[in-house]
Write a new protein. Structure first.
Length: 263
């Protein structure tokens, strides 16, 4: 007589093992999600850092020297490509590092390291501009080689012998006020700029720094870039007007002959 053999029964999965598998699956899902988020954040920070370093930077306006074009606490974007691959034009609004002696030394107490670290991280992605107080923003009036004089009989600045009408953007005490309360007569050196604020009588610009080592000129190597957009506050959002038409009639500077006088 033979004994009938039956197939072994399938193991029955318990509720405990099912719950454990589901928990492990959810844990893996969260780990994958967290990994993806971290990768996205790192890539975003790297892209923002590269953009900030090589393309565009954000600054805020700490003073009223450029009113009414720029107001205190306006936030602006600055094009950094211009100083690397292109030139500048008269009328451009530029941000530059202090050439030396233009800014009053900062005597405010040092902030806690945690605050400094947070602001540094935010600056990497353009959400903070901690070095704005170390930079200045002005309008270019004279390019390398230009002969800039103030003022003619009706209070206008002349560039290479041609008067320029700056009334469209200057903030002056009255319509009859000269474009500068202080006279000057300069020839801009090579690789330098002569810059003035639009709030002409309240701007510590090239005119007031002629006693500094740089004689009031801004070396091109100090220029961060050209401001082109107001981003904050929203009611002032928009591009900046360089008023290039004001300087349209200015001729190119005449080269100074060796041993000769400037024009």
């Amino acid at each position: 007589m033979t004994t009938e053999k039956t197939a072994p029964a399938e193991p029955i999965e318990t509720t405990h093992s099912t719950r454990g598998s589901a928990q492990r699956a959810r844990r893996r899902s969260w780990l994958v999600f967290a990994r993806d988020v971290i990768i996205i954040v790192i890539v975003a920070v790297l892209v923002s850092f590269l953009v900030k370093t090589f393309l565009v930077r954000s600054f805020y306006i700490p003073s009223g020297s450029m009113e009414e074009t720029l107001h205190v606490n306006d936030r602006i974007l600055v094009d950094e490509i211009t100083p690397r691959f292109g030139g500048y034009s008269r009328g451009d609004i530029v941000v530059f590092r202090d050439p030396g002696g233009w800014l009053v030394p900062d005597t405010s107490p040092q902030r806690p390291p945690v605050v400094e670290a947070i602001e540094w991280v935010l600056s990497l992605v353009g959400l903070a501009a901690p070095d704005s107080d170390d930079h200045l923003v002005k309008r270019i009036i004279g390019l390398p080689g230009d002969h800039v004089v103030c003022c003619n009989a009706i209070g206008q600045i002349t560039v290479n012998g041609v008067p320029v009408d700056e009334s469209d953007y200057l903030d002056l005490p009255s319509a009859d006020s000269p474009a500068s309360a202080d006279s000057f007569d300069v020839v801009v050196p090579d690789d330098s700029l002569w810059v003035l604020g639009d709030n002409r009588n309240r701007s510590r610009d090239s005119r007031y720094n002629t006693d500094q080592p740089g004689k009031g000129f801004v070396p091109l190597e100090n220029v961060v870039g050209r401001a082109f957009l107001i981003t904050w506050p929203f009611d002032r959002f928009g591009t900046l007007d360089f008023h290039h038409d004001v300087f349209a009639g200015v001729p190119e500077p005449q080269p100074v002959e060796e041993g000769g006088a400037s024009p």
